[in-house]
Write a protein that binds this ligand. Structure first.
Ligand SMILES: *Cc1c(COP(=O)(O)O)cnc(C)c1O
Length: 433
């Protein structure tokens, strides 16, 4: 198989190893779960990126989701430049924050007010604090297979038993923190009912990725999400939809609108910042009234609602509101999914793509659906390792882990889609043929 020339990337990686743990600033970037060493990316334009050695790739990682318009879209660049000309940060309110908030709130029936922060992790951390502050309760239910950023008490996995206290999934998280988290399997109503029977009056919130897309794409049935909604109502518990990926991705109003279920608090990130570091959490005016300075739940940020970042988000979200924007993305995604799935079916390969809107995931299974973390066979990820290498060699960049999903952007044009389909099929053939 033809391998890439990665001399420059390798040299940069060697250098980075002296500066950063594992040579990276976020673990997945280290390529540890695939063959090879990380590629250093030099620039991006549209649906393509170029690495430090000049290799060109069609990009389906899209910065892990934020770049729904693709790389370096002119409208976003222009708006950033406009804001940049006025200064980068003031630590005071600016009209850009208002403009982005207005655009979001005018087009979202699920929240009345929001607060901008600097990352998805911060949004989740603040949303959980808000839920605890608003309910006066401590415990939080989360689901195995949902990722909510690197918040201490959410970096937990299930212990033994069905309805169980979490066990820390990272060193440095006190057991006492993890014990405030109840970890349940997705798609399991019995475990949910049991948890509410056991911890009834101390459950502040259920937090869920309504479209779990950080550990494969574990699409849930609407009825399960509805069940969460109902349980929360019945028990005075707040329902938090973590829409850091799904927000502005499966539609402008995210998964809440996709399933037509109104959570109590929603977190956003990724797309909301137009490629700049922005997160947000929002809720009804009443619930947001608990946040300082109106209420007693403290939450702040030196660079929150940074005007340059707000400008980027504004330019990107304006485009998302254009007629047919999401339909177009979905059509392109379906084209990839259908072509590759037809090919695999015909060849009898144990592979299929699952998708929703412009998200797709390469799953090594013939099962009709994969709805929980334990339904993924970790041993099959060896196939992804091989596939990843073949894809890179053919100029296709996907996230360097088989548990990660792929994203289609507005910049993925017909020709790129056609090329990608061909590359996926021939790469799969090299792995399974
Ligand atoms: C990416 C992500 C986060 C974390 O966001 P960061 O900006 O990486 O801190 C949280 N929740 C979900 C659902 C995400 O996809």
């Amino acid at each position: 198989m033809n391998t890439l020339n990665t001399k420059q990337s390798l040299a940069l990686y060697e250098e980075a190893l002296q500066y950063f743990p594992g040579g990276v600033n976020s673990p997945v970037r280290a390529f540890r779960s695939v063959h090879g060493k990380p590629l250093f990316i030099e620039r991006g334009e549209g649906c393509e990126i170029w690495d430090a050695d000049g290799n060109k790739f069609i990009d389906f990682c899209c910065s892990w989701g934020p770049l729904i318009l693709g790389h370096n879209p002119p409208t976003v660049k222009q708006k950033i430049q406009e804001a940049l000309d006025k200064g980068t940060s003031f630590g005071a309110p600016t009209r850009y924050g208002n403009a982005l908030a207005k655009l979001i709130l005018d087009n979202n029936q699920y929240i009345d007010k929001l607060r901008f922060v600097n990352s998805g992790t911060e949004a989740v951390m603040s949303a959980v604090r808000l839920a605890r502050g608003a309910t006066g309760r401590n415990k939080v239910i989360k689901f195995e297979g949902c990722y909510h950023g690197h918040v201490d008490h959410l970096l937990v996995k299930a212990g033994s038993g069905l309805a169980t206290f979490g066990v820390s999934d990272s060193a440095g998280v006190p057991a006492s923190f993890a014990q405030e988290t109840i970890v349940l399997p997705l798609n399991d109503r019995t475990a949910l009912t049991q948890a509410f029977e056991t911890y009834k009056d101390d459950i502040a919130a259920i937090i869920v990725e309504p479209i779990p897309a950080n550990n494969g794409l574990l699409l849930q049935e609407r009825s399960f999400l509805e069940c969460l909604r109902l349980k929360c109502h019945q028990n005075g518990t707040l329902l938090i939809f973590d829409e850091v990926i799904s927000g502005f991705r499966v539609g402008f109003e995210g998964a809440a609108a996709h399933y037509d279920i109104k959570p109590d608090i929603i977190t956003y990130g990724k797309i909301i910042g137009g490629g700049m570091p922005v997160g947000a959490y929002g809720a009804s005016a009443e619930i947001m009234g608990h946040i300082a300075p109106d209420g007693p739940v403290y939450q702040a940020g030196t660079l929150s609602a940074n005007p340059v970042a707000m400008a980027a988000g504004l330019a990107q979200l304006e485009r998302c509101l254009e007629e047919g924007f999401y339909e177009n993305l979905e059509a392109k995604t379906k084209q990839i999914v259908k072509s590759v799935n037809d090919f695999c079916l015909e060849k009898g390969y144990p592979v299929q793509l699952f998708s929703i809107a412009s998200i797709f995931w390469i799953a090594f299974t013939k099962e009709e659906a994969v709805r929980s973390a334990d339904a993924i066979d970790g041993d099959k990820m060896q196939y992804f390792k091989a596939l990843h290498q073949h894809l890179l060699a053919k100029g296709i960049y996907v996230g360097p882990s088989g548990y990660e999903v792929c994203f289609v952007s507005a910049a993925h044009h017909e020709e790129a889609i056609a090329y990608a389909i061909e590359a996926f099929c021939t790469s799969l053939e090299l792995v399974f043929g």
